[in-house]
Write a protein that binds this ligand. Structure first.
Ligand code: AMP
Length: 397
């Protein structure tokens, strides 16, 4: 007896996140985990289903010297625990699909060429995503590889939300406002359709607030505006990323301070955001419990930018029917949600403090004109569903 499954992979610079889904019906997760510190002191963490204990151990350097060997280690573990599982499709999270891809794609040679061509658009993520696909191609030469893009959900932005006011040739070269976290927004929007179809048909702002953070304005299930732009650096402040800054700051750092572009990039991506402002941590839990002014200021800035963007996105949508929180902070931090919603009755938001403290799904009062909700996101299942769909399509072709 074999069991049809799909493996989903999310390859980062030094990590490989994976999950295994039974796809005989609606995808059901069987296992989830990650290898971290690939190429340095790798460690494996895995949850292999309810009946089995959590596996967590240091790996020998050779077991995860690169993405290829890390995947081989993961597969050995999965084969040991799920001997009947047969993966004929592997789904990959790919950060950038460029202007062309607005849907998940089966990875053919031309698609792979296009993904490589897009690497300069996301130099910190895309090469690792590609390494993950190549590792899976080597491990499963007969399986379909499916790429699911973080940009795809936003590809139908109206043009004025797709452009920068740079010379037109740059738009043609692909310098556009792509938007990211699309797999998360697709999941949340799909959940809204299932549980509150009238809201899904309306004007919704989703706040994905995690270590990476962005917001998206969704009209009738379609993204019309996002706080992230050309890269996943724009918009809200994040754990270590700065969010929106005046590009003039870059000129100043380079011309007046003599920094190299790599140094500036490192500051913007790794030393800014909550970490940079607080000087303590990128972790919201740590900041919430740190009673020092710099931590308060970092939180104040985070909340202020979210409220500002909420107003802008509501204007882009022509009003607001629902605000949905997701991501580690959005799903868990009562304090941050309360501070974001405080005094926003003018936009139709009235938070129910008891429901918010209970972490309920609906956290607005019955008098609130717009609904406030918490919907835990699930990017992996979006990939698993796409992998199953493309496998079925290829079998039918
Ligand atoms: P993510 O990247 O979605 O996993 O989210 C990570 C962020 O969520 C970190 O800043 C965590 O501190 C934050 N987070 C997780 N749980 C909580 C919590 N209970 N309260 C406040 N922040 C939390």
């Amino acid at each position: 007896m074999t069991q049809p499954v799909t493996l989903t992979l999310n390859a980062g610079s030094s990590s490989l996140k994976f999950s295994l889904y039974d796809i005989s019906g609606e995808p059901v997760q069987m296992a989830v985990g990650l290898v971290e510190n690939i190429g340095r002191q790798p460690r494996l963490k895995a949850n292999l289903g309810e009946a089995l204990p959590r596996a967590e151990r240091d790996l020998a350097a050779s077991e995860a010297a690169d993405h290829k060997s890390a995947l081989a280690t993961v597969l050995a573990l999965l084969r040991e625990h799920f001997p009947a599982a047969r993966a004929s499709v592997v789904g990959h999270r790919v950060v950038h699909g460029g202007p062309r891809y607005s849907e998940p794609m089966t990875v053919t040679e031309p698609v792979m060429d296009e993904l490589k061509r897009l690497s300069p658009f996301a130099p910190i993520h895309q090469p690792h995503n590609i390494a993950g696909i190549e590792a899976a191609q080597a491990a499963f030469p007969d399986a379909l590889q499916v790429a699911c893009f973080d940009t795809a959900f936003h590809r139908h932005h109206p043009k004025e939300n797709d452009m920068f006011a740079l010379p037109r040739e740059y738009y043609d070269k692909g310098i556009r406002r792509y938007g990211f976290h699309g797999l998360s927004y697709e999941f949340v929007s799909g959940e809204l359709k299932r549980i509150a179809p009238q809201l899904h048909a309306g004007r919704v702002v989703v706040a994905h607030l995690g270590n990476g953070a962005s917001m998206c304005g969704i009209l009738g299930g379609r993204s019309v505006a996002s706080t992230m732009g050309f890269t996943a650096l724009d918009g809200l402040p994040m754990g270590t990323r700065c969010g929106q800054v005046d590009p003039g700051v870059i000129f100043y750092m380079v011309q007046q301070e003599g920094r190299t572009i790599d140094e500036v990039r490192d500051i913007f991506y790794n030393k800014s955001g909550l970490l940079g402002l607080s000087g303590i941590s990128n972790d919201m839990r740590v900041l919430e419990s740190a009673d020092v002014p710099a931590a308060h200021e970092a939180i104040n800035y985070f909340v202020f930018r979210i409220r500002r963007e909420l107003g802008g996105l509501a204007a882009a949508l022509g009003g607001l029917d629902a605000l949905v929180f997701c991501g580690g902070i959005g799903e868990n931090s009562r304090k941050i949600r309360r501070r974001i919603c405080d005094g926003l009755d003018w936009i139709g938001l009235d938070l129910d403090h008891d429901r918010n403290d209970d972490n309920a799904r609906v956290i607005s009062t019955e008098f609130s004109r717009a609904r406030i909700m918490v919907i835990p996101t699930n990017e992996e299942i979006v990939i698993a569903r796409a992998a199953k769909r493309l496998l079925q399509q290829s079998a039918a072709a």
